[in-house]
Design a protein around this ligand. Structure first.
Ligand code: COS
Length: 386
């Protein structure tokens, strides 16, 4: 389908596609096998100026929005979401600064993130605070001109590799989620260390680590917005970033279809290519239809976000929910179309199916997305929202 991209958007898409094919595809299996962070590819993406797509020009970015970023994420994901999530997670770490940072914080950190010189990461999740993001236990106590942070964040994408972290911690635990605040913490700050790299089912090249804070002192200027705004910072960040998960899903599903169609044209059984069987055609027809529907929704939501509306929670959750469920189904079907070969590591759909599962889990499980959508429906029905 033609989505009538501008020349610039088509250029971004082509550039990301070229990098995905030339630089990512040849190494994706090895990166997965070795569970190795894709630093060489991050450097290529930085040289191509792709890290700052959604960052305003005044802070060293390209001046685009969520849509341009989604185009790049989709193309990288078509080949490997272990790589694309490492790229996209820097954006997740940057959004709190972009949305809530002071002028000084934006000027200091955004150009470094936009250039890809330093990666960012977002520290929200904890062992006891997953879906219940308000259950944060990490604390930040003001002591003179510094906040002292204590606690452990879990499963942080880009953990250890990123240098700029936006972290949610409680400044007033008695107030629950209204007592949370957001901070910028730089790698190398005394008292800030990392756990071991987690061993995962999929997206194995991406880095997932604990962030450990032991009397970690940061300047009080590193508070984002005001005390008590941390939960809102986290929710608004996720509202912006969730369509990016949708793009990972669309790219991954498309990549699985690409592999599967090529295979079905070549694989012969009963003296004919298996693509000539209606059973295969019907599976491919469903896979393509569902993926195109997901793409259309993700693009529409990204463009909606870029129009700067008041509330995007419902639309954003819908894009993430629908596209990630599609990616799971499509990758399972891709393995089925390819039969025994699909199950073997020599073929990329085995990795794609493993990778797909996380899309239904991270940045809010799909059950949480349904809760967000359900809450919005109730509020709309009660006339509290347009
Ligand atoms: N934008 C603005 N405000 C929001 C908001 C949003 N997207 N989401 C919630 N709020 C507000 C609510 O309106 C409410 O305000 P009031 O106290 O003034 O009424 C407040 O924040 C608390 O909201 P709520 O009661 O809905 O909070 P819950 O603790 O029930 O949690 C969910 C809400 C489940 C949606 C939230 O915890 C969540 O998103 N969890 C998933 C976290 C996640 O995605 N983790 C993945 C790891 S990060 S990569």
């Amino acid at each position: 389908m033609d989505y009538f991209l501008t020349d610039t958007q088509a250029e971004i898409q082509n550039l990301a596609r070229q990098i995905a094919r030339e630089k990512v595809k040849p190494v994706r299996a090895e990166l997965d096998e070795k569970e190795e962070f894709p630093w060489e590819i991050m450097k290529v993406l930085a040289q191509a100026d792709l890290f700052g797509l959604y960052i305003p020009e005044e802070y060293g970015g390209f001046g685009g929005g969520a849509f341009e970023n989604c185009l790049a994420v989709e193309e990288l994901s078509r080949v490997c979401i272990g790589v694309s999530v490492s790229f996209a997670a820097s954006g997740l770490g940057a959004y709190p600064i972009l949305l809530f940072g002071s002028e000084g914080q934006k000027k200091k950190y955004l150009p470094q993130i936009a250039s890809g010189q330093r990666l960012a990461a977002f520290g929200l999740t904890e062992a006891g605070a997953g879906s219940d993001a308000g259950g944060t236990r990490t604390t930040a106590v003001l002591d003179g001109n510094e906040y002292v942070i204590n606690g452990t964040k879990q499963w942080i994408t880009n953990g250890g590799e990123a240098e700029i972290y936006t972290v949610i911690a409680m400044t007033n635990p008695a107030k629950g989620s209204r007592g949370a605040s957001a901070f910028i913490v730089e790698k190398g700050t005394p008292g800030f260390s990392f756990g071991k790299k987690e061993k995962k089912m999929g997206i194995r090249s991406s880095a997932t680590r604990e962030l450990v804070f032991e009397n970690c002192r940061i300047p009080k200027e590193n508070l984002l917005s005001k005390e008590g705004m941390g939960f809102l910072v986290a929710m608004k960040t996720l509202d912006k970033s969730r369509p990016g998960i949708g793009s990972q899903a669309v790219g991954l599903a498309q990549g699985a279809i690409d592999e599967c169609v090529e295979y079905a044209r070549e694989r012969r059984q009963f003296d004919q290519p298996i693509i000539s069987f209606q059973a295969i055609q019907h599976m491919l027809a469903d896979m393509c239809t569902q993926t195109e529907a997901a793409r259309a929704l993700v693009y529409a939501v990204a463009k909606f976000i870029d129009s700067d509306p008041k509330d995007v929670s419902k639309a954003s959750a819908m894009a993430k929910l629908f596209a990630s469920d599609v990616a799971m189904k499509v990758t399972v079907d891709a393995v089925q179309v390819m039969g025994g070969y699909g199950y073997m590591r020599e073929y990329p759909v085995e990795k794609m199916m493993r990778d797909a599962k996380i899309l239904q889990i991270y940045e809010g499980t799909n059950q949480i997305q349904r809760n967000v959508i359900g809450t919005a429906i109730i509020k709309e029905a009660a006339g509290k929202k347009k």
